[in-house]
Design a binder for this molecule. Structure first.
Ligand SMILES: *Cc1c(COP(=O)(O)O)cnc(C)c1O
Length: 463
């Protein structure tokens, strides 16, 4: 189908859009970037975006919207109650998910807080493949425990399993049996963000659904990247090559009882989220809580124009030319990095590439933050902003000794529809210079260590 439809004799997967509105790309010299790094204490969270050329800090809320989305925003109905824009948004969510009950929220974590404050009580346990960090934090905030049951391959950066986001079904079944009466609902994150943007197979979702059903446990999808997950099923799972992505998505939504969504990912918008449910059992409680903290049930903390943009985005994200291009971006970057001699987690995820900094900079010990050193070097040489997921983020001092993280990763997360292939080619060209001088890259030492969430505000200096 769409793989070959426009292609032969071409091999290049093109951006399936042309550009109507442009933004200048800010450029700085190497010397300017060195001074900026020093001023920011070698922490890219403390660098201004104007000083960044290629911003791969996150794919969340950084999408370029389409002409149709901007157009829809102009005709939005900003009425407090019963807005036409809400009806349009609700209709699209119902079409995409099949769930009749739709609650808008201002982003994903607001949906989490609403649902968990209703259902999670102290001592309860919520299983998933991997919980995203805000999901875990919101469960723990209610006194619950967030339990990760991803398959072993999902924890192995080398494994090339096609569905590394799958949940371990035997462990899930045993977990549900052991914790009878203490599991208010079960979850699955698609794609598995914390595990590297890895997809979950439809067969795995179906089996998880049966297990939850057999134990009488409601099943919620964390559906932030549902379209990317559905496209991976089409590409990699036996029997789906000819299926439409929208039908694959409906297939997995049908297997669950509802979903939570941060629309800042596959909603193709800069802000927004929702809860959608098959049954109305929790509905009135959720709506009452929504009114207390987010706003009226027909806007949920958003402007009506945001709902309009989201209604269009949820349809655009299922376009298979878009998804082919989207999945090609991280593969293109991973292949290019690997060819240059930079190891990445395999296979690349849907929204991001993870460089293995421990393998690339073996001369820097974990206590000297090889991932953070690489983040700084990528910025110094190329103006690329990436995110360390290693000892700067997770390392801890235990009885005065530093306990490093299990892995030293550097994540490049790609905004949707923002950068073009020549941007990626330009970055890859610079990698030979990075590889050539890698033994000269020095580790870092902490000069300021904040009491929590170190990576946001810590400061470093080269050793
Ligand atoms: C981003 C994300 C969330 C939280 O959504 P926000 O919109 O950032 O609040 C929850 N789960 C997953 C899997 C995510 O990627």
């Amino acid at each position: 189908m769409s793989e070959t439809k426009h292609r032969a004799p071409h091999r290049t997967i093109i951006e399936p859009f042309k550009i109507k509105v442009v933004e200048p790309l800010s450029r700085r010299t190497l010397e300017q970037r060195e001074a900026i790094l020093k001023r920011a204490g070698y922490n890219l969270f403390l660098v201004q975006s104007d000083d960044v050329t290629f911003d791969f800090l996150t794919d969340s809320g950084t999408t370029a919207m389409s002409a149709e989305q901007w157009g829809a925003m102009m005709v939005a109905d900003e009425s407090y109650a019963g807005s036409r824009s809400f009806q349009r948004f609700e209709k699209v969510v119902r079409e995409v998910t099949g769930y009749p009950f739709v609650i808008p929220t201002h982003q994903g974590r607001a949906a989490e807080r609403l649902l968990f404050s209703l259902l999670v009580k102290p001592g309860m346990k919520i299983p998933s493949n991997n919980h995203f960090d805000t999901t875990r934090a919101n469960i723990e905030h209610m006194g619950g425990e967030a339990v990760d049951l991803v398959i072993d391959e999902g924890r192995d950066p080398e494994s090339r399993h096609p569905f590394k986001g799958n949940v371990d079904l035997a462990r899930l079944d045993a977990f549900c049996a052991e914790n009878r009466g203490r599991i208010p609902f079960g979850m699955l994150t698609i794609t598995n963000n914390t595990g590297g943007g890895q997809p979950v197979s439809l067969a795995n979702i179906e089996s998880a659904s049966k297990i939850y059903r057999r134990h009488g446990i409601p099943f919620m999808l964390d559906a932030c990247r549902f379209a990317e997950n559905a496209y991976f099923i089409k590409l990699r799972e036996e029997g789906f090559a000819a299926a439409r992505v929208r039908d694959i998505a409906r297939g997995f939504f049908d297997l669950a009882d509802g979903c939570l969504m941060s629309a800042k990912k596959d909603g193709l918008v800069n802000i927004g989220g929702f809860i959608a449910l098959k049954s109305d059992e929790w509905l009135s409680n959720l709506r009452n809580q929504l009114i207390l903290t987010e706003g009226f049930p027909t806007y949920g903390g958003l402007a009506a124009r945001d709902l309009e943009a989201l209604a269009v985005g949820l349809k655009e994200v299922l376009d298979e030319d878009y998804l082919e291009y989207r999945i090609a971006v991280s593969k293109y970057m991973a292949d290019g990095l690997n060819r240059a001699g930079i190891q990445t987690m395999q296979p690349p995820g849907g929204h991001a590439v993870y460089i293995d900094a421990k393998a690339f900079l073996p001369h820097i010990p974990p206590g000297r933050f090889p991932g953070q050193a690489l983040v700084c070097e990528l910025y110094r040489l190329e103006g690329v902003r990436s995110c360390e997921i290693g000892s700067a983020m997770f390392g801890a001092f235990v009885d005065g000794a530093f306990r490093p993280a299990a892995m030293e990763l550097v994540r490049l997360a790609f905004p949707r529809r923002v950068y073009t292939q020549s941007h990626f080619d330009y970055i890859l060209e610079g990698m030979s210079a990075l590889v050539a001088r890698k033994t000269a890259i020095r580790g870092l030492r902490l000069t300021y260590d904040p009491p929590f969430l170190r990576h946001f505000t810590a400061q470093f200096e080269p050793v």
